[in-house]
Write a new protein. Structure first.
Length: 267
């Protein structure tokens, strides 16, 4: 007797497709949750590494943090300025301690104003090798994708708080009065001092900008980047995750003292 092979009917095929789609819809949220959790953990590891880099830098520089402005690093006018080398900001100063590139160098002649032609080599930023290195570095938050450029600031990862510098905060019409390096021993309660966190800019801004969206719906301090929250590196080197809502609620904002080092703290 001849045996006829029977194939799937259209109805059976549609049932299989429907079951597969249902399983995918049930699994995707769990997969996304695991992926997001992995990104939070990788981001936290990045910040811990950055904290270790700061500790090594401070040990080599008489207890001083790196200055946040190129004028302070080029024009010695005080003990704070003389105590630190020319590279400024965490990307330049901390990178070498982590086996990461120093993001550019000073271009001679040295000048006393913020002249872009004499701060960084312009060709350095666009190089494909720098971009590849940046994407693999601790400076890039793992949740960020797409064309992010070849420099570690401008919304591509992390930024420093202005409040651990001397003086703290942003003042004097943006003329860099916050830029002088501060000795870590002079900072009260370092376990509460926000040092580095997620950002869409090169700095974390000021207390009035926390939780306030800017152009494009982003935030100077990206407090919602990871599942409605973000990681925070404190000056003592520990890292914690906070929800954006808890940051807005608990961050220290001292009325009448916008530049105080007592601002921009979390317990």
């Amino acid at each position: 007797m001849n045996k006829h092979k029977r194939g799937f009917t259209l109805v059976e095929l549609l049932v299989v497709v429907a079951i597969t789609a249902l399983l995918i819809s049930l699994l995707l949220p769990a997969i996304n949750k695991v992926r997001n959790k992995a990104q939070v953990l990788k981001c936290s590891a990045n910040l811990r590494s950055i904290g270790q880099g700061f500790a090594l830098y401070v040990s080599d520089n008489r207890g001083f943090l790196p200055p946040l402005n190129s004028d302070a690093s080029r024009v010695p006018t005080s003990e704070q300025d003389i105590a630190t080398p020319k590279p400024y900001g965490m990307w330049n100063a901390i990178g070498p301690y982590l086996g990461q590139p120093e993001w550019g160098g000073l271009k001679l002649p040295i000048v006393n104003v913020d002249d872009p032609a004499h701060i960084k080599y312009g060709s350095y930023w666009g190089s494909p090798s720098v971009l590849r290195a940046y994407r693999k570095s601790v400076w890039m938050c793992p949740s960020l994708v797409g064309d992010l450029g070849a420099s570690p600031w401008g919304g591509n990862g992390y930024a420093e708080s202005l409040y651990v510098q001397s003086p703290g905060g942003w003042l004097d019409n943006n003329k860099h009065k916050w830029h002088k390096a501060r000795q870590t021993m002079a900072v009260p309660r370092p376990s509460t001092k926000i040092h580095v966190s997620e950002s869409s800019d090169w700095h974390l801004g000021d207390t009035s900008s926390v939780g306030v969206p800017v152009t494009g719906g982003t935030y100077t301090w990206e407090i919602y980047r990871h599942q409605g929250g973000c990681n925070v590196l404190f000056l003592d080197g520990h890292v914690n995750y906070y929800t954006g809502a808890s940051i807005i609620k608990d961050i220290t904002r001292i009325s009448g003292a916008p530049t105080s080092i007592q601002n921009f703290n979390l317990n």
